[in-house]
Design a protein around this ligand. Structure first.
Ligand SMILES: [Zn+2]
Length: 172
């Protein structure tokens, strides 16, 4: 694993040496820096006919490609709360956390600040009545579509974990 840290975050020293797969230790003061997965919540929201909500991304990474609504889990949140919050922020759909059911946990990678960070994506399913009107946040989402899961698989997904979760949805 390469090192995303240029300098020691405690003393500013620039001699960071690898100590194992995911640990980088400052040669000057011994402070230990880690690269560990960031947990993220991702939502598989389906309408009354089983169609899946998919977003075209309005920002990097994966600008113009497709993904499921989701994002990094904030301190103190459950996965279900994070899924509900991300869905509301990105699509305008207001769902309660208890409407989300854990489906799968899959590793992923996310290009951010010049480094490919590991993430751990927690996928949750939810159903909505009818086909509700969405209000995508233009800073995050360029377009929202509802597609049968088998058709959604034909999209150019920005993240392999999203594709695998849709495949699991089809297998269930
Ligand atoms: Zn140091």
């Amino acid at each position: 694993m390469t090192n995303p840290y240029r300098h020691c975050s405690r003393c500013g020293g620039s001699e960071l040496r690898a100590a194992g797969e995911r640990e980088f230790v400052c040669g000057a003061c011994g402070y230990r820096h880690f690269v560990t997965p960031f947990p993220a919540a991702v939502a598989l929201v389906r309408d009354a006919t089983g169609r899946l909500l998919v977003c075209r991304r309005a920002h990097e990474p994966g600008l113009g490609r497709w993904s499921l609504p989701g994002g990094v889990i904030e301190p103190g949140e459950t996965g279900e709360q994070a899924a509900a919050r991300e869905v509301a922020e990105e699509t305008g759909l207001e769902l309660a956390p208890q409407e989300f059911r854990h489906q799968a946990t899959l590793p992923n990678e996310y290009w951010f600040q010049d480094y490919l960070w590991p993430t751990l994506d927690l996928f949750y399913t939810a159903r909505v009545e009818g086909t509700p009107t969405t209000r995508p946040d233009p800073a995050e989402v360029a377009e929202i579509v509802w597609l049968p899961p088998d058709q959604a698989l034909a999209l150019d997904f920005a993240f392999e974990s999203n594709r695998r979760a849709v495949e699991r949805l089809l297998a269930d």
